[in-house]
Design a binder for this molecule. Sequence first.
Ligand SMILES: Nc1ncnc2c1ncn2[C@@H]1O[C@H](COP(=O)(O)OP(=O)(O)O)[C@@H](O)[C@H]1O
Ligand SMILES: [Mg+2]
Length: 311
Amino acid sequence: MLETRDLTKMYGELYALDRLTLQLDKGDVYGFIGPNGAGKTTTMRILATLLTPTWGEATVCGYSIYNGAKDIRRIMGYMPDFFGVYDDMKVIEYLEFFAAAYRIKGPERRKKCEQVLELVDLGYKRDALVTSLSRGMTQRLGLARVLLHEPQVLLLDEPASGLDPRARIEMRGLIKELRNMGKTIMLSSHILPELADICNKIGIIERGKLLFNGDVQSAIQKVRQRTRIDVCVGDGRNTEAKVLLEKEPNIDEIEYKDQEDYLLVTLREGIEDGSFIADALLRNGFRLKMLKEEAVNLEDVFMGITKGITN
Ligand SMILES: Nc1ncnc2c1ncn2[C@@H]1O[C@H](COP(=O)(O)OP(=O)(O)O)[C@@H](O)[C@H]1O
Ligand SMILES: [Mg+2]
């Protein structure tokens, strides 16, 4: 659906993109993650046929960016990280302006505009001035704008940046809705956790190089080799439980967490199933209050990968 091969962009001596190779299949939601200056916007602008690479190839639905720009623009919606809105224009007028640019004509034009406004939950703002919208609403309007021509592929550059928590959640919900509509989506962020739960694939990029490309789960495994499990027993017997569990050969390490409130058990490398802990505790008369695999801190994963732990 979308593919790049050795895509490279140089600005003078600087490699803004260094042999980037990635692939999105139909229906993929690809999180493109990297710190500022990593090359995310450069990649998206090349894919949107707004910037020519120094070398390398990129195709969207089989069309090459070199000679298929017209076709690519027809099937793609690109939302830049910053886009201007025009003063003295109402929301609905703004959309009609772009719908006209996409050559959507007659009554179909108004219908289409109303439809995308509903989709991004801005129907109630149709007659408001675009300049009066909050940042979150402006982002949603920007999204509405790139949906007008019903693109199959969406490139969203930092759609949640600068949004407050509520607006972020709304934006996430909206992206999920687009995913359910079967769109193929590439979205960028400099924050990994923001994307983890809506993406089926992620790419981690730094200084123009793709450091990781795959699903979220393998990213986690790559950085964290050992499984960690939170354990809590009843009647304040965590210390006794610790002594007992220290005899288990498949446990590597046990620490207290949150002032002895519970135990953090790290399994030996290669051991993933921690159910033997429950068996051991129950067999020895402990009341098991909690046993769960530790939630992965995606910041750690991101830091691990960008620090070159995987290289
Ligand atoms: N027009 C340009 N001229 C020179 N350098 C640029 C230009 N655009 C981007 N760069 C550089 O290319 C690198 C990648 O930038 P960009 O793709 O915008 O990163 P990101 O979107 O991940 O923050 C950065 O080092 C940036 O300074
Ligand atoms: Mg950028």
